[in-house]
Design a protein around this ligand. Structure first.
Ligand SMILES: *[C@@H]1O[C@H](CO)[C@@H](O)[C@H](O)[C@H]1NC(C)=O
Ligand SMILES: *[C@@H]1O[C@H](CO)[C@@H](O)[C@H](O)[C@H]1NC(C)=O
Length: 194
């Protein structure tokens, strides 16, 4: 930048001399010089701004989840940790109103994340069963094959400090909702074309 400024000043000096000569040809030459100089400055600023833009694109790529305010992104999902408490049914309805469902985890990493963020509170998650003789089901009615055994003999599962336990539907607890991140849903295709 400094170099081009100095060059610019030199050229301006030359231009004044040329203008004072009052020759139309030299005046034209001066305009051409100014035009060339302006193009050089524009090209230089575009060149300088390019690496920044490339960095922005890379950092967007590294953000895996795009979640609403009050939701926390992890992997390709968004999680909502409630502060209120209620029964399992109310909690599931609350999540469904936000186009989500009571939390589902699909990997050890996701379960670990939930355990880390839950702190010391107990939270309803999206597992229930018809009776102790029935298998545990996710809210979309697929069977639970998770790595963690669910303790207790009740029908509704919640996360506690020792893993996952069960309680009756009407117990009041905090709850966690989960849903696929909007970024994972909407932005995969444009990202691939970068
Ligand atoms: C929590 O419960 C209170 C009282 O029922 C309600 O007014 C508030 O909207 C609830 N907050 C959330 C985030 O659901
Ligand atoms: C769950 O809580 C809601 C709201 O407080 C209440 O209307 C409903 O009867 C409760 N359901 C059960 C099964 O306890």
């Amino acid at each position: 930048m400094l170099n081009s400024e100095i060059t610019g000043k030199k050229l301006q000096g030359q231009c004044f001399r040329i203008v004072s000569a009052e020759s139309p040809v030299k005046l034209y030459c001066c305009y051409v010089l100014i035009a060339v100089l302006s193009i050089a400055v524009i090209a230089l600023s575009v060149a300088l701004s390019l690496p920044t833009r490339r960095q922005e694109q890379t950092s967007i790529k590294n953000i895996p989840a795009n979640c609403l305010r009050n939701w926390i992104g992890f992997g390709s999902k968004c999680f909502y940790f409630s502060e209120n408490t209620s029964n399992w049914t109310f909690s599931q309805n609350f999540c469904m109103e936000l186009e989500a469902h009571l939390a589902r985890f699909d990997s050890d990493e996701e379960l670990e994340f939930l355990n880390r963020y839950k702190g010391t509170f107990d939270y309803w998650i999206g597992l229930h069963r018809e009776s102790p003789e029935h298998p545990w089901m996710w809210t979309d009615n697929t069977e639970y094959y998770g790595p963690v055994l669910i303790g207790g003999v009740e029908e509704y599962a919640y996360l506690n400090n020792n893993g996952i336990s069960s309680a009756r539907v009407y117990a009041d607890r905090r709850w966690i909702c989960s849903k696929p991140s909007s970024y994972a849903l909407q932005c995969q295709i444009p990202l691939l074309s970068f």
